[in-house]
Design a protein around this ligand. Sequence first.
Ligand code: DX5
Ligand code: ZN
Length: 224
Amino acid sequence: MPEINIMPSILAADFGRLAEGCKRAEDSGADQIHVDVMDGVFVPNISFGPDVVKMSAATVSIPQNVHLMVKRPQDHIDAFIRAGSDTVQIHIESVCNIQKTLAKIRKAGKRPAITLNPETPAQAIFQCLENRWVDEVLVMSVHPGFGGQKYLSYVEEKVMEIRRMADWVDIAIDGGIDGETIIPAAAAGCNLFVAGSYLYKQDDMAAAISDLRKKAQDNFCSAI
Ligand code: DX5
Ligand code: ZN
């Protein structure tokens, strides 16, 4: 079974105390920090740049899982790698040479990952999987741009398709993950889980992370 990872999204943390938000995630047993980068062009919202990754990497010792929701990721890869990203996720819908950009991430010794919007079919990333250009696939279970949206269960079919095709790949899911939605997501084959608003609203984040982890372990791939 691939490793189960819970990745709090600091988009849901208090922006006035972002470092504390990163530390809180690490102290609560999070496996990675998920940093949502939005350029206001690829998605309607603007969020963080490389300096936030730098701050997070300096604050915690768990890996930085960096989600680039930007139109031209190739223009920003170097800055995000220098800032301390461990995994760099680029969107298949972005305007770039996907193979070249993923190769650049790998060449820098980091984990390349490909992300799909809810409407994008699994087929769009088959070439990335067949050629093992990626270590991780991130399936969006909301339309990217904002935290706190409702989980779109129809993406589970796509997760199953990807999992059937590649048992070796890490499949992350992002958007609307909580103590209920994590069950069908894990059952479909996801092993990495981004959770923003659900985790940051908890009084006891550590208990919520353990609960998510247990549910993911108990249900992993049970639907396929
Ligand atoms: C949405 C982001 C998500 C977001 C998830 O564009 O990619 O990572 O922070 O937030 P929740 O868990 O609140 O749906
Ligand atoms: Zn994200």
